[in-house]
Design a protein around this ligand. Structure first.
Ligand code: ADP
Length: 164
């Protein structure tokens, strides 16, 4: 039971920073669920189905990672999945403050659930899905920052927007 971990997030879309964290986590835990949040209040570029497909294509070479979308409270999703570990990534001190608050709340809601933090690999410290989307929207080259399926989907989405 302890060896099953959940890596939750919005993944709009999955980036090389996310891939780095989940790949490292997959070497430590037996089974990882990359859990895509379907929170309808959060405005995303890609639908939850698209985000799920992009993540699936990105991690398909890693047999102990499965991709599942969820729309309920994360601690309840973790209970359903019989997982007791949550994985989160840390880039900056502002991530740390935010993550500390979320982890404390999750611990209050479900004391058996432990949050485990992975420090970002230095080269990905500045990567976030939102910054990548912003740069791409202004014509910046983000190809090396995204897994190929996510890059192609982003390019297609932006080309469609420009041509509309
Ligand atoms: P959320 O909207 O829940 O923050 P994200 O999809 O943006 O979801 O991120 C999911 C998790 O991955 C978070 O813990 C976030 O801090 C982490 N993360 C995102 N980008 C990176 C990165 N470049 N390096 C390390 N961790 C990252």
């Amino acid at each position: 039971m302890r060896k099953k971990a959940i890596y939750p997030g919005t993944f709009d879309p999955i980036t090389n920073g996310h891939l780095d964290i989940v790949t490292r986590a997959a070497r430590i835990f037996e089974q990882i669920i990359l859990a895509i949040s379907a929170n309808p209040r959060k405005k995303t570029m890609f639908s939850v189905i698209e985000r799920e497909r992009l993540a699936q294509e990105t991690v398909k070479h890693l047999p102990n990672i499965s991709v599942i979308k969820y729309s309920n409270l994360l601690v309840n999703f973790a209970k359903e999945q019989k997982a007791r570990i949550l994985i989160r990534g840390l880039r900056t001190t502002s991530d740390l403050e935010y993550e500390r608050q979320i982890a404390s709340m999750n611990h209050y809601l479900s004391p058996d659930l432990e949050s485990v933090f992975f420090m970002t690999t230095t080269q990905y410290t500045y990567l976030s899905s939102s910054l990548i989307k912003e740069v791409a929207q202004h014509g910046g080259d983000v190809q090396k920052l995204l897994p190929m399926p996510a890059y192609q989907a982003l390019k297609l989405r932006l080309d469609m927007t420009i041509n509309c």
